[in-house]
Design a protein around this ligand. Structure first.
Ligand code: FES
Length: 380
C-alpha cells in the first residue's frame, strides 16, 4: 500500500511509531526528564491486557515500530509479556531504559521474548556526576548492564542527555562509550519539556559549551571514529523550529501510562483538547477520527506568520507544546523560529545562559524528578 502524503488533513498517514510509556515510575530522579511534572497526580497504570489491546489495534492500523519507555519500563514486571506480544504481532521493538532494574537474566529473558533493540542511558561519564544527576548510586550498574546488553548480541546504543552540568565532559563521554564498545551514541542536548522546563535556567548550556561539544564530536567523526555519533542541538540555539513529531498525528502515537493517547509526550498540558483514553476508544477511531488527533493536522489552524510562510511544509509551525509553554498560545508560531514575534522569549533565555553569572540559575536550585517534588510543585 502506498503511504499517503504526510501531514495532509485529507489523507491521514499511518501511526508507524507507537511509543508505549508503560509507567511514570522510575528509580532515578533526572532533572531533565521530559515526563510531566504532575506525574504524581496522574491516574493508575494500565493493565497488561490494556497494553495488549493497544498493541493489537495499533498494529492493525499499520504501526511497525514499538518503543517501550517510561519512566523506567523495567519497573513493570509484565515487560517481558508485553515484549512477547509485540514480537508476536510483528513489531520491531526498542526498549528505552536506564538499565536500573535489569540483570543478565532479565536481558536474556527480554531477548527470548523477542526484543529487537535496547537503548541504555547514562547521566555522565563518571560516577560522581552520574550519581548526582540520577539521584542514586547507579553508575557501576549501568556499565555492567551496558556490557550485558552487548554480550547478549544487541548493538550497543548509548544515550547521554547533555546540558550545562555535563557537556564539558564530552571527551570523557566519548571515551566511556568507546570503553563500553558502543556502536551508536546519541548525544542529545536537553530539550525543555517537563522537568527540564522547570530546571531550564540550571540546564541550558552556554554557546561556548555547545560549540566545544559539537567540535569534539565532529573531530571524532573526521578522524574516522568507529562509533556512530548523533549530536542533537538544543532548540534554543536554532533559528528555525523542528518539525516536531514529523507533524501532529502524522507518524507518532504516544500512549501514556494512564491510557491517554497523545500525539506527543508533552501534549496533555495543552488546554481545551480532550485526549482520548485507549480503554474507551479503539486506536483507529483515536487516530483517524478523534478531535484531538485532528486538531493540528493540515495547515488551516495556523496563524501568521506561519500561515503564509513558504517553510510551513518543512516544520509545520514547529512544536505546539513549546509554543504553548513559552507564549501561553498553542496556536502561535514556535518562538524558536526567528520569524516569530515572540522569538525574544528564546533569545532572552539564551542571553541569560551566556551571561557571566546567571542570577536565575543561582537563585533556584535544581529540582529533581521525584514524586515528592511533583506533589510540591502542584500543591500551589
Ligand atoms: Fe508536543 Fe512538540 S512536544 S508538539
Amino acid at each position: 500500500m502506498t503511504q499517503p502524503l504526510r501531514h495532509d488533513a485529507q489523507t491521514i498517514a499511518r501511526p508507524l511509531w507507537l511509543l508505549a510509556e508503560l509507567t511514570y515510575a522510575c528509580p532515578l530522579q533526572c532533572p531533565y526528564c521530559s515526563n510531566p511534572t504532575e506525574m504524581a497526580q496522574i491516574g493508575a497504570e494500565m493493565t497488561t491486557d490494556d497494553w495488549f489491546k493497544v498493541l493489537r489495534e495499533a498494529r492493525e492500523l499499520g504501526a511497525a515500530q514499538l518503543g517501550l519507555s517510561g519512566g523506567e519500563p523495567l519497573v513493570r514486571r509484565d515487560l517481558e509479556a508485553i515484549v512477547a506480544e509485540g514480537a508476536r504481532l510483528g513489531y520491531y521493538s526498542n526498549l528505552i531504559t536506564s538499565g536500573i532494574g535489569m540483570d543478565e537474566a532479565r536481558v536474556n529473558a527480554l531477548a527470548e521474548a523477542g526484543l529487537d533493540h535496547i537503548q541504555i542511558s547514562f547521566q555522565a561519564s563518571n560516577a560522581e556526576r552520574n550519581n548526582f544527576l540520577a539521584g542514586s548510586n547507579t553508575f557501576e550498574q549501568k556499565k555492567a548492564m551496558a556490557r550485558a546488553i552487548k554480550a547478549a548480541g544487541y548493538p550497543m546504543v548509548l544515550n547521554i542527555v547533555l546540558h550545562r552540568h555535563n557537556i564539558d565532559d564530552i571527551d570523557d563521554i566519548i571515551a566511556m562509550a568507546e570503553s563500553l564498545d558502543a556502536d551508536y551514541v546519541e548525544l542529545a542536548n536537553t530539550q525543555y519539556y517537563g522537568w527540564a522546563w522547570h530546571n531550564r535556567a540550571q540546564l541550558l548550556p552556554t554557546r561556548e559549551q555547545l560549540n566545544h561539544a559539537e567540535s569534539v564530536t565532529t573531530r571524532y567523526r573526521d578522524n574516522g571514529g568507529r562509533m556512530k555519533l548523533y549530536f542533537v542541538v538544543p532548540d534554543y540555539y536554532q533559528d528555525r523550529p523542528k518539525a516536531c513529531m514529523s507533524g501532529w498525528g502524522d507518524l507518532f502515537l504516544n500512549v501514556a501510562p494512564d491510557g491517554l493517547a497523545l500525539p506527543c509526550h508533552a501534549a496533555r498540558q495543552l488546554p481545551g483538547i480532550e485526549f482520548p483514553d485507549v480503554r474507551e476508544h479503539d486506536i483507529a477511531w483515536i487516530w483517524n477520527e478523534s478531535p484531538a488527533f485532528n486538531h493540528f493536522r493540515g495547515f488551516d489552524w495556523m496563524a501568521e506568520p506561519c500561515r503564509s510562510c513558504v517553510e510551513k511544509h518543512d516544520d509545520f509551525g514547529g512544536c505546539r507544546c513549546q509554543a504553548f509553554m513559552l507564549t501561553g498560545d498553542m496556536y502561535a508560531t514556535d518562538p524558536v523560529c526567528a520569524k516569530s514575534p515572540s522569538h525574544h522569549l528564546i533569545t532572552d533565555v539564551v542571553a541569560e545562559a551566556n551571561a557571566p553569572t546567571s542570577a536565575r540559575a543561582e537563585a533556584q536550585p535544581i529540582v529533581f524528578r521525584n514524586p515528592k517534588n511533583s506533589k510540591r510543585l502542584h500543591a500551589t
